[in-house]
Design a protein around this ligand. Structure first.
Ligand code: FAD
Length: 458
């Protein structure tokens, strides 16, 4: 009898524990179920759907070269998996553990009906495994990171399964094209096609490229004008590569750059731990004063709606913010330093609830990840469990100069390409017509934000 392997964000052949153990036991029916309803507001957005299409296409081809298939089904994941178990006579379903609240619910539901075997696959250490002296979860990143390092090394990375044997008959499958995951009209994905190669092989090529550069990561990772971060995030999100594979591949190069990089990978683990403790982290502020904060509401206030749109479209009049938002629109990715600046600008200068930003990122990022997106938005807002940053308001013009963002701005805001230092960071007023004026002054925005926060605290 075959076993079913339920694929989700683990679209890889190597170091895939569910697939590996199923293949050892006998024939394998791998399945991906597109279930748009279970995640509700967090069903995949446009950019993620684009990536998902190509990632499934790529992995299906790898299965094909081994005379195996990925079965595609659409609908309620638990129902579809139960149906597939009946159709194939499978008595075991194997899956790698996922921690998004909707996946935890589905895992719990499925386990009531079938023999569901769950494996640890997508984090350096299994979320929940790093605990404080009293056995509880860590809330703050720094002690979490320290305790994680003390528990290293992570589990060993597994090879690809040696053989993938087929069931007697293949169950029916949807055609990937029929899922319409790719944009049609307008086709906005040109930039994504230009910038990214999708799939497991591409992830490993990217890792190889990164291996030669990781030593410089410490100093250069904050500079958006240079390509000095790994850009592995979408591959990690979709599980085309595991953090454990990255860790073992780079650990020989224990440069200072690698030590910093390792800590960033631990941020990813930390975010997964955060949503285990606070499943609604992507839906509401953790700190109660944020529910009282008088945000400018784009739903009921036309000026706030205009500002939100200007932010989304990169027309705020702050070059560093606009370059970031245009990079996001064009490539589906944004440099981390600029994500922080752009997020801070929305929340503080525009006084718009971080959840509007989280939603936009969810739709436009190719690495959109419930845990990492929520954790970082709450971190910048200061509404989260681990920091109280609201009053630390980033000055976009100073940040732009400090992190030498001129080249980055010239690339993504070509209207400003002719400007030299220091005007590239803060263009002169006479550009009206080609580049917008600032939609809010720095001091004005800052003071409005601080007042609103003070009122909410008292
Ligand atoms: P590198 O600098 O090369 O880091 C290596 C890996 O570590 C990344 O691929 C990522 O998996 C992980 N990592 C690095 N920084 C963080 C971090 N702060 N939090 C969690 N994991 C991290 N990252 C996402 O993967 N998905 C998101 O939806 C997401 N939303 C964000 C929203 C905001 C407002 C901010 C400020 C940051 C967000 N990040 C998110 C974190 C970070 O910006 C990206 O992980 C990083 O820019 C990806 O580029 P990279 O692969 O080159 O990262």
């Amino acid at each position: 009898k075959p076993s079913i392997v339920w694929l989700r964000r683990d679209l890889r052949m190597a170091d895939n524990p569910a697939l590996y153990h199923a293949a050892k036991a006998g024939p394998v029916v791998a399945v991906y179920v597109l279930d748009d309803d279970c995640a509700k507001d967090h069903a995949y957005g446009g950019a993620s759907r684009w990536w998902l299409h190509h990632s499934l296409d790529s992995l299906s081809r790898s299965f094909g070269t081994r005379n195996a298939r990925i079965i595609l089904r659409r609908g309620d994941a638990v129902q579809e998996l139960r149906k597939l178990a009946e159709e194939t006579g499978a008595t075991v379903i194997r899956a790698n553990r996922h921690y998004e609240p909707w996946w935890r619910k589905a895992q719990g539901e499925l386990a009531k009906h079938v023999d569901l075997q769950l494996h640890d696959a997508n984090y350096l250490l299994p979320p929940g495994a790093v605990t404080t002296g009293s056995g509880g979860p860590y809330k703050i990143y720094t002690p979490f990171s320290k305790a994680t390092l003390e528990q290293f090394p992570p589990r060993d990375a597994l090879p690809e399964p040696e053989t993938l044997s087929s069931p007697d008959a293949w169950p029916a499958s949807d055609a990937l094209e029929d899922w319409n995951l790719l944009p049609r009209q307008p086709d906005w994905a040109g930039g994504l096609r230009e910038f990214w190669s999708v799939g497991e092989a591409a992830a490993h090529e990217r890792l190889e490229w990164w291996g030669d550069r990781v030593a410089e990561y410490g100093e250069a990772r904050n500079l958006p004008s240079v390509d000095k971060t790994s850009q592995l995030s979408p591959h990690l999100h979709f599980g085309e590569i595991s953090p454990v594979q990255i860790w073992y591949s780079l650990k020989e190069r224990r440069s200072n750059g690698w030590k910093t990089y390792e800590k960033e990978l631990i941020w990813r683990d930390y975010a997964a731990n955060a949503i285990c403790q606070f499943p609604r982290y992507g839906l509401e502020s953790h700190r109660p004063e944020f529910a009282r904060l008088k945000w400018r509401d784009p739903v009921s206030d036309a000026a706030a709606a205009r500002d939100l749109e200007a932010w989304q479209q990169g027309r705020t009049g702050y070059p560093i913010v606009d370059a970031g938002m245009r990079q996001l629109w064009r490539t589906g990715w944004m440099h981390n330093r600029v994500r922080m600046i752009a997020a801070s600008f929305l929340i503080k200068h525009l006084l718009i609830d971080w959840r509007h930003g989280e939603r936009w990122f969810w739709d436009t990022l190719i690495d959109a990840d419930y845990a990492s997106n929520a954790t970082n938005w709450q971190w910048v807002a200061g509404s989260g469990v681990d920091s109280n940053m609201f009053v630390r308001i980033m000055a976009p013009l100073t940040q732009s100069e400090k992190f030498d963002a001129g080249g980055y701005i010239r690339e993504y805001v070509p209207q400003l390409a002719h400007l030299d230092e220091p005007f590239i960071h803060d263009p002169p007023g006479h550009l009206r017509g080609t580049y917008p004026d600032k939609i809010v002054g720095h001091r004005e925005g800052r003071e409005r934000a601080l007042e609103a926060y003070k009122a909410a605290k008292t």
